[in-house]
Every structure is written in C-alpha cells, then in structure tokens.
Design a protein around this ligand. Structure first.
Ligand SMILES: C[S@@+](CC[C@H](N)C(=O)[O-])C[C@H]1O[C@@H](n2cnc3c(N)ncnc32)[C@H](O)[C@@H]1O
Length: 262
C-alpha cells in the first residue's frame, strides 16, 4: 500500500477505535512470518532467552529475535560512541529511559553503571529476570523517575518521545533535566524528518510550520500513539535548557539529537 493511502487507512482505524485490533492481526502475521527463522535462531543460540513476542512486536513492529539482537547491538554502539565522546568517567552512570525489552541496554559496555526504566511493568519484570549487568525500574506514565536529582551522567530515550503527548514532552524533558547531573548528556531519537506520505496533508502543514504533531486516540506511550517533532521545535522548545551538541543525525529511521544539560 502506498505511504499516503496507508496513513489515511490508519487514521480511519484510529478514529473508529479499531487500531488495537489491526495491531493484533499484524502481530499474528509477523509472528507467523518469523516463526521458522526464530526456531533456527533459538537452535543456534541455546543461551538466548527469547523476549515475549507480543511485546517485541508491540515495541519494534517485528517479531524477529535476530533483528532484536543485531539492531540492539548496532544502536548500543551508536549510543556508546556519543557517551565516550562527551562524558569523561571510568564507570559512567547511564540510564535508558523507555528501555522496553532491553534491546539496547543489554549491549552497552560492562563498565557502564546501567539503569533501565520503563512504564511497562511486564517488560521490566522480564528484564529483571533475564538481563544481567543492569538495574531495571518501573516508572509511572507521568514523572518522576525513581532516581535522585543528578543521578546520571547520561540518559538516552530512543523512540520514546515519539509516543508522547505535548504535555508528556514537557513533563518528561523536565524530569530528564532533574535526573541528569549538570553537564550530563541527553541522547534522544525523534521523528524530525518524516518521509513523503508519512504525514497527512493537515499534519504536514502543521509540521512545516514548526508545530509538534501528535496522533492520539490510543494509550499514550504505546507505539501507535505517535508524535512528530520538527527540528526547530526540538531546538527552541523541547531542548531549550540544553546545549545541542549534535543533530539531527539519521539513526535507524529516526533523528538523533545529543545535548548537554546546562
Ligand atoms: C518503541 S518502544 C522503544 C523501546 C526501546 N527504547 C528501544 O529502542 O528498543 C517505546 C518504549 O517506551 C516505553 N514508554 C512509553 N512511554 C513511557 C513512559 N512515560 N515512561 C517510560 N517508558 C515509556 C514503552 O513502554 C516502550 O518500551
């Protein structure tokens, strides 16, 4: 289906409240398509503990164990590169906010003091049971994080703001500022460069005017609750209390910004 037609179909499903049902059908199809490769992956990697497939698909829109591992390792390398470039600490205190099923944090260097946060208590329970070398904490849909002020040298949020409301953006960036030490690093991935057909015409007009575009109608924080952040809005509004060091840099389909807390 062409991108624009797909967006119109999704908008209708959202308005009718049937998006979750569509997602369930997509999940069954994705799990079926990945089943044979997943069996082979498990046979070849007997130590691998498979993450719950439903949550994997809910977070990543695919059901492939191999992709979960390879994309996680590549993303962790991209995050670590920024931390090494900007933070001088032998054992940096690093938070992954919205860590999901630990796709990224599990691959970070072992000298990092790692904490993963998510509001999905079942994902955090799975991480606690199966991922070594990191601490995992549940947080609420709204701040605060269970952490002291200045607790982290760096915090990254990959594909998390992309699922928040306008008030969610404001509340969570303030909370991130609180838990980062002065001079601490924020790394965020955003929808700052939506491709042709990814936005409906009215959304595109607002985006091009520099406005945050939010598609709700489903639970905030879920993958189908979607936000698009123009670069100018990120610079002037969201990260106004940070010094932007890098960005937007294309990063696995999103736009990465690296910023220092003042
Ligand atoms: C698209 S997934 C990305 C997961 C992970 N960051 C990654 O890149 O693999 C979005 C994640 O953000 C989490 N999330 C959404 N809103 C949140 C909130 N207010 N606090 C913590 N986690 C949240 C979801 O539960 C989900 O795990």
């Amino acid at each position: 289906m062409r991108a624009a037609a797909k967006q119109r179909a999704v908008a209708i499903a959202r308005a009718l409240g049937v998006l979750p049902a569509f997602e369930a059908v997509k999940f069954v199809a994705a799990a079926g398509a990945a089943a044979r490769a997943n069996r082979a992956y498990l046979a070849a990697h007997p130590d691998f503990v498979a993450p719950p497939l439903w949550w994997m698909h809910d977070m990543y829109t695919h059901a492939s164990y191999e992709r979960y591992m390879t994309s996680g390792a590549a993303t962790a390398a991209a995050v670590a590169k920024r931390i090494e470039a900007h933070i001088e600490a032998k054992y940096p205190r690093v938070a992954d906010w919205g860590c999901g099923l630990a796709r990224v944090i599990r691959h970070l260097p072992e000298n990092y003091q790692r904490t993963g946060f998510d509001y999905n208590a079942r994902a955090i329970a799975w991480c606690r049971a199966h991922i070594k070398g990191a601490r995992f904490e549940t947080n609420g849909a709204a701040p605060p994080l269970p952490a002291e002020p200045g607790a982290f040298d760096a915090l990254y949020a990959l594909s998390v703001f992309t699922h928040l409301s306008a008030s969610g953006h404001a509340a969570w960036i303030a909370e991130i500022e609180r838990v980062l030490r002065p001079g601490g690093l924020f790394i965020g991935a955003f929808h700052a460069a939506p491709g042709a057909g990814q936005l409906l015409p009215g959304e595109r007009a607002r985006f091009d005017r520099g406005e945050l575009v939010v598609r709700g109608g489903v639970k905030e924080g879920g993958r189908t609750f979607t936000a698009f952040q123009p670069e100018s809005w990120i610079r002037v509004e969201l990260l106004k209390n940070f010094d932007i060091l890098e960005g937007p840099t294309p990063c696995f389909g999103q736009s990465l910004f690296v910023a220092r807390r003042r």
